[in-house]
Write a protein that binds this ligand. Structure first.
Ligand SMILES: Nc1ncnc2c1ncn2[C@@H]1O[C@H](COP(=O)(O)OP(=O)(O)O)[C@@H](O)[C@H]1O
Ligand SMILES: O=P(O)(O)OC[C@H](O)CO
Length: 495
């Protein structure tokens, strides 16, 4: 009983990692699953795929570590946030596919909420915006569009959850219908100031409150797995949404500390301590983590397309065979060309929040080719991060933020992307030795509750840098490049 199992159920794959008593990765297993795009702007997952890949990767990781399930002390879960599942309260069968965070199908309804002036109330309670990104309007869509769903929900026959909640319900054979405060804070239904589901918003969306899960701290007793799934009855002691788990994994425990995670999308979180800072620059106010009943808040900037632009080069344009090829290609790009990709494939997130616009490429010449596209793809992520950091600086002025950005996620492996990021934000970028910070954050939550891992300070002392990227771009060029990006974004939003 000296290991922790972390489940990281992400947007494109499910991962399970076994951590040893020193919080070192002992084994990893990963499985991708299909993405469904039934209409333009719609993105769905089959909940059965989420469940099957989660259970399979847990079993694989334990076996790769040379362990038995009984050697696991506890489980920590982290997950793609906002993605919405509704399931039968008896059978556990989902009544519709999971509607993924990227899905924009409720854009019209969100516009009607804004037109009717409900957005100020929604933002005041939830810290979020009336945008399709969050779970609440997705849940309403399912209740409106699956025949009989609302009536069944009112009778208590259907349950709602984000992916953590769905997985815990299945792992415990229906014994626990729970979530944690960070996931609840992404639903658009949760009042982050008083820590309760909002009756007012649920009434507005006509969502029966009995279908919502119980909300717990990030380190808590979430339930015990039924032994048939992973091979033993194991306590689930930690849960956090993946960006919040990465904030924990990056040990951003002090106000002013900042991390940015580059996976499918990019999410920057700035710890603001026990103060929920209201953004005047269209960032989100959210819960970074909640321990011992006490929420720690964050300002968040959410970009919908980061690594996904590299996937588009690979799967859409088919000009690369693997993500890593962008490194050599970008190095050979013509320095005279200024190709800019605005990857608004599903609209633009923070700080623009434009659900309708779509992606665009600017500055093409007869000589533009795969190398210029690769460089532009990597740079688009740096430009978008600068947009977020400008907004954060404005919201957090006078508090003294860390100048350094801690990065993680699959795309942070890209040296050219991280160097350009440091160049364009004009600040050092620290990449840690462990890039699996998301899973590590979930493991730490469970491990410290189990008494296996050190407290917050002890964990923070273990955090170690692999490489610092230092800005190496002159101020004139930086300004010229960022001005060009801002012109490109403006043009994209007016098309
Ligand atoms: N060497 C690389 N260069 C550029 N992008 C990369 C590289 N390695 C991975 N990526 C990108 O990172 C993303 C995967 O990161 P990951 O953290 O696993 O994402 P998620 O959790 O969202 O599934 C993919 O979109 C991929 O295109
Ligand atoms: O699965 P990821 O890593 O792309 O993260 C998705 C986010 O949680 C969406 O808010």
């Amino acid at each position: 009983m000296t290991h922790i199992l972390a489940i990281d159920q992400g947007t494109t794959s499910s991962r399970a990692l076994v951590f040893d008593a020193d919080i070192k990765v002992a084994a990893t297993a990963q499985q991708e699953f299909p993405q469904h795009f039934p209409h333009s702007g719609w993105v769905e997952h089959d909940p059965q795929n989420l469940w099957d890949t989660t259970v399979q990767t847990c079993r694989d990781a334990i076996s790769k570590a040379g362990l038995n399930a009984a050697d696991i002390t506890a489980i920590g879960i982290t997950n793609q946030r906002e993605t919405t599942v509704v399931w039968d309260a008896v059978s556990g069968e989902a009544i519709y596919n999971a509607i993924v965070w990227q899905d924009r199908r409720t854009a019209d309804y969100c516009r009607s909420l804004r037109d009717a002036g409900h957005d100020a109330m929604i933002t005041a309670k939830t810290g979020l915006l009336a945008d399709p990104y969050f779970s609440g309007t997705k849940l309403k869509w399912i209740l409106d569009n699956v025949e009989g769903a609302r009536a069944r929900a009112k009778k208590g026959e259907l349950l709602f959850g984000t992916v953590d909640s769905f997985l815990i319900w299945k792992l415990t054979n229906g014994a626990a219908h729970v979530t944690d405060a960070t996931n609840a804070a992404r639903t658009l239904l949760y009042d982050i100031h008083n820590g309760r589901w909002s009756q007012t918003i649920c009434d507005l969306f006509d969502i029966p409150m009995q279908m919502l899960p119980e909300v717990k701290d990030c380190a808590a007793d979430f339930g015990v797995t039924a032994s048939e799934h992973i091979g033993a009855a194991l306590p689930i002691l930690g849960v956090a949404g993946d960006q919040q788990a990465a904030t924990i994994g990056q040990a951003c425990f002090k106000p002013g500390m900042l991390k940015s995670t580059y996976g499918t999308g990019c999410f920057a979180l700035l710890n603001t301590g026990d103060t929920p800072v209201k953004s005047t620059n269209r960032l989100l106010t959210t819960i970074a983590y909640q321990l011992d009943g006490k929420p720690t808040y964050a300002l968040e900037g959410s970009i919908f397309v980061a690594g996904a632009v590299v996937q588009w080069l690979r799967d859409g344009l088919q000009i690369i065979g693997s993500a890593a090829e962008t490194q050599d290609l970008a190095a050979n790009a013509d320095p005279q060309q200024d190709v800019i990709i605005v990857p608004a494939f599903t609209g633009l997130g923070a700080p623009y929040w434009n659900a309708e616009c779509r992606g665009a490429v600017y500055g093409l010449s007869r000589n533009s080719g795969p190398a210029e596209f690769a460089r532009a793809a990597l740079e688009s992520v740096g430009f978008q991060t600068r947009d977020l950091l400008e907004a954060m600086r404005a919201d957090w002025q006078g508090h003294g933020a860390d100048a350094t950005l801690r990065v993680d996620g699959g795309m942070s492996a890209s040296n050219p992307a991280m160097q350009f990021l440091a160049d364009i934000i004009d600040a050092p970028v620290d990449r840690p030795q462990v890039l699996e910070t998301t899973a590590m954050g979930a493991a730490w939550l469970a491990g410290q509750r189990a008494g296996l891992y050190p407290d917050m300070q002890g964990f923070a002392d273990n955090w170690a840098i692999e490489r610092t990227f230092t800005p190496d771009m002159g101020p004139d060029l930086r300004k010229q490049r960022y001005d060009a990006w801002q012109r490109a974004v403006k043009a994209t939003m007016t098309v």
